[in-house]
Design a protein around this ligand. Sequence first.
Ligand SMILES: Nc1nc2c(c(=O)[nH]1)N=C([C@H](O)[C@H](O)COP(=O)(O)OP(=O)(O)OP(=O)(O)O)CN2
Ligand SMILES: [Zn+2]
Length: 140
Amino acid sequence: MAPQRPDSQIHRRSLVQPMTQFEITKAATFDAAHHFPNEPEGSPYRRMHGHSFQVEATVRGEALDPVHGWVADLGALDTALKTAAARLDHGLLNDHEGLEAPSLERLCLWFVAQLQPDWPGLCRITVARPTIHERCTLTL
Ligand SMILES: Nc1nc2c(c(=O)[nH]1)N=C([C@H](O)[C@H](O)COP(=O)(O)OP(=O)(O)OP(=O)(O)O)CN2
Ligand SMILES: [Zn+2]
């Protein structure tokens, strides 16, 4: 006969079960111009210039929709992210509220403000300039 485990040991084991957490991620791209009016005279950042950007949004969920078997539809996240990115595409970032000093950090905050109302599980935004190997991640 197998040796019996004391009840206390069984209880402790169930308490340390890790919580199941899924993270789904979608990316979109946009191109935009910007300038940093507060940088000192002569700084290259003061002059108007452009970048290609990539934005990644990650949504966390613990439960799977029993019908679809997913945390949330990546297609719906794609639509939301593309809609937000399209507001910036081929424009001047400085024209948007919150982007008067249009850093990657501020862009992360801007995307959070755009997405969070409809995506309460949003847990991470990354905005990158892949061609010059720069990125910023905001974890919520
Ligand atoms: N913490 C941050 N620092 C900087 C940001 C930012 O968003 N967050 N942004 C910039 C400017 O946008 C700048 O244009 C970035 O390009 P740069 O560093 O100049 O890199 P480039 O490759 O385009 O230019 P090189 O002169 O060829 O290095 C600055 N800092
Ligand atoms: Zn720049």
